[in-house]
Design a protein around this ligand. Structure first.
Ligand code: HEM
Length: 125
């Protein structure tokens, strides 16, 4: 059971970052695809599954944010990632700024994956 949920979690993680990178490329190219309804809605559905599977896993392995450091770091990074995503696709003032926040968001995402795999707040040290 836990392995199935972990698979769902990891698959939604992969879909999430692939979609984020693709939408960023469309943003850079000023593609009209970015304005499509399904392009705007699908990431929210996937991210909801990602979040619910993550919370389910946390309950199953009894490791909680604000109790265990690595999950606290992951949640804080998630909030930063969401904020950077808003800046990239909604509130970014110039394309240069949008590209910067897009790249920062990708780095934050890589941090979250590294934290999840190593279960350490500072996995690079
Ligand atoms: C964009 C956000 C997220 C990313 C990139 C991410 C990434 C990952 C990855 C790659 C794994 C697999 C680690 C492994 O194979 O050992 C994982 C596992 C896990 N994640 Fe997430 N996750 C995210 C959001 C969340 C959230 C919001 C929660 C909880 C509130 C959460 C809780 C967990 C838990 C408990 C595990 C299982 C750890 C284990 O049993 O080994 N994740 N996550």
């Amino acid at each position: 059971m836990i392995e199935t949920i972990k698979h769902i979690h990891v698959i939604t993680v992969l879909i999430s970052i692939s979609g984020f990178i693709l939408r960023g490329i469309w943003m850079i190219k000023d593609s009209p695809l970015l304005k499509r309804r399904w392009v705007k809605i699908t990431p929210h559905i996937n991210d909801a599954v990602l979040l619910v599977s993550g919370i389910t896993l946390a309950i199953m392995i009894q490791q909680y944010p604000f109790v265990h450091g690595w999950l606290t770091a992951k949640i804080i990074a998630l909030l930063i990632y969401i904020g950077l995503g808003f800046k990239t696709f909604r509130f970014g003032k110039s394309k240069q700024q949008r590209i910067t926040t897009w790249m920062l968001a990708i780095f934050v995402f890589i941090y979250m994956v590294t934290v999840a795999i190593n279960k350490q707040t500072l996995p690079f040290l």
